[in-house]
Design a protein around this ligand. Sequence first.
Ligand code: 5GP
Ligand code: ZN
Length: 136
Amino acid sequence: MIVALCLTLFMGEGLLNNTMYSVDDCLFCNIIKRTIPADIIYETDEIIAFNDINPEAPHHLLIIPKNHIATINNLDAKNSFIMGSMFEAAVYLAKKFGVTESGYRVVMNCNADAGQTVFHIHLHFLAGRNLTWPPG
Ligand code: 5GP
Ligand code: ZN
C-alpha cells in the first residue's frame, strides 16, 4: 500500500491505472468472480462475454479473458492464444445475434489515446446498426 502510494506521488496515477493496480481492484476480474453483477451472455473456460453497461449499439458486448491482462501491450508468446479464443467468441455471438452476414465490429482500445478506461483487456463486440467509419 505504501509502495503504491509512493508510486502514485512520484510517477503519476497513469501507471497505477494500468499494469500495476491490484487484480482485486479490477472491475472485470470482479465481474468474472461474480462479486460485481453483469449480464453474462456467454462463457467458456477461458473467456466471458457480457453486455456493456453503456451500449453504443443494439448488441454491445465485452469479451474478456478470465486471466487478468491489463492492456494489449501485456500480450506475449505465453498468453496471446487468448486472442484467438476472444475472436472465436465474437464469431459465436455474431451467429447468435444473426449478424454474421449483415456485419458487426470488434474493437480493442489500448491506453489513453484510444480511450481505454478499464485496464483488463476486452474486445468490444458491436452489432445491430450501421456502424460509421472512421471512429471518433
Ligand atoms: P474501454 O473504454 O476501456 O475500451 O471500454 C470499457 C467499457 O466498459 C465501456 O464501454 C463501458 O461502458 C464498460 N463498462 C464500464 N463499467 C462497466 C460495468 O460496471 N459493467 C459493464 N457491464 N460494463 C462496464
Ligand atoms: Zn482484471
